[in-house]
Unconditional design. Structure first.
Length: 267
């Protein structure tokens, strides 16, 4: 896919959210909204919507967006059609999300994000370009998967450039831990696909090590021990990923992008 302008994707780390808490009990003990974590850096960096964003939000969010809750998602009813369902965790400002949705009109795509200004940019793009196959959930991805997504209901999960939390003392906050891999595997249909990308070398090693230990997964691309060329032909979602403006800048500076694609074993 061509480069897309998503320069703000990394301006607010999308994994500064409740899923970064070390355990479920810690998340449930929060006295405030389920939308926000205890991570101070996130709280101090939340921004207000512009007047145009707020107008678009008020007009469109009630139709295409929901906050995290205990109400299971009925995707067919929400989209108004039956189609294979993909979830993207951490949409950022959403230009990559929109690009993928437009190239895969046969799929229903739910994006999960906690950062409202980023969501607002995506809401504006959805409204402006009349993209019909995107819905949005605002909140912690683990909370959403646990409480709103039925087991074996997804054909794909995408996690692109989650916050690496590079300091060792913060590694427990990383989204992609063994329990999260197990949770994602439980929500995928047999044959469904998990696609992860990161530009952080240490996090890449961690992702490969932990993801490869998930017993329900088998590697589909070369990085995970599979045959990329063969599996991309039969996989239910595309392996192609838009290159954001932020990522393109990193590539020109010599950053290495690691991609991991696993499929859920069909028993």
């Amino acid at each position: 896919m061509d480069d897309v302008n998503d320069a703000a994707d990394h301006a607010e780390p999308t994994s500064h959210k409740l899923s970064d808490m070390p355990n479920d009990a810690g998340r449930r003990s929060l006295t405030g909204s389920r939308l926000y974590p205890r991570v101070t850096s996130f709280r101090t960096r939340r921004g207000a919507l512009t007047p145009n964003q707020q107008t678009s939000w008020d007009r469109t969010w009630p139709v295409i967006g929901r906050n995290v809750s205990n109400d299971p998602v009925d995707a067919d009813a929400w989209f108004g059609r039956e189609a294979p369902l993909v979830i993207e965790i951490g949409t950022g400002t959403g230009t990559a999300t929109a690009a993928m949705a437009k190239t895969e009109p046969h799929l229903n795509l739910i994006g999960i994000e906690v950062y409202q200004p980023g969501l607002a940019q995506l809401v504006q793009q959805i409204e402006r370009e009349q993209i019909e196959n995107i819905r949005l959930l605002r909140g912690d991805a683990v909370d959403v998967l646990e409480n709103m997504v039925a087991p074996e209901s997804l054909i794909g999960v995408r996690v692109f450039f989650p916050d690496p939390w590079p300091k060792a003392r913060h590694h427990k906050r990383r989204l992609l831990q063994a329990p999260t891999f197990a949770l994602i595997a439980s929500r995928l249909k047999p044959g469904g696909v998990l696609h992860v990308a990161t530009d952080h070398a240490d996090y890449a090693e961690h992702i490969l090590e932990v993801g490869s230990k998930e017993p329900l997964f088998t590697g589909l691309n070369d990085t995970t021990g599979g045959d990329s060329a063969a599996n991309r032909v039969t996989a239910p979602i595309g392996f192609e990923r838009p290159v954001t403006k932020f990522e393109g800048k990193g590539l020109r500076a010599g950053s290495a992008i690691n991609e991991f694609i696993w499929g859920k074993i069909v028993r």
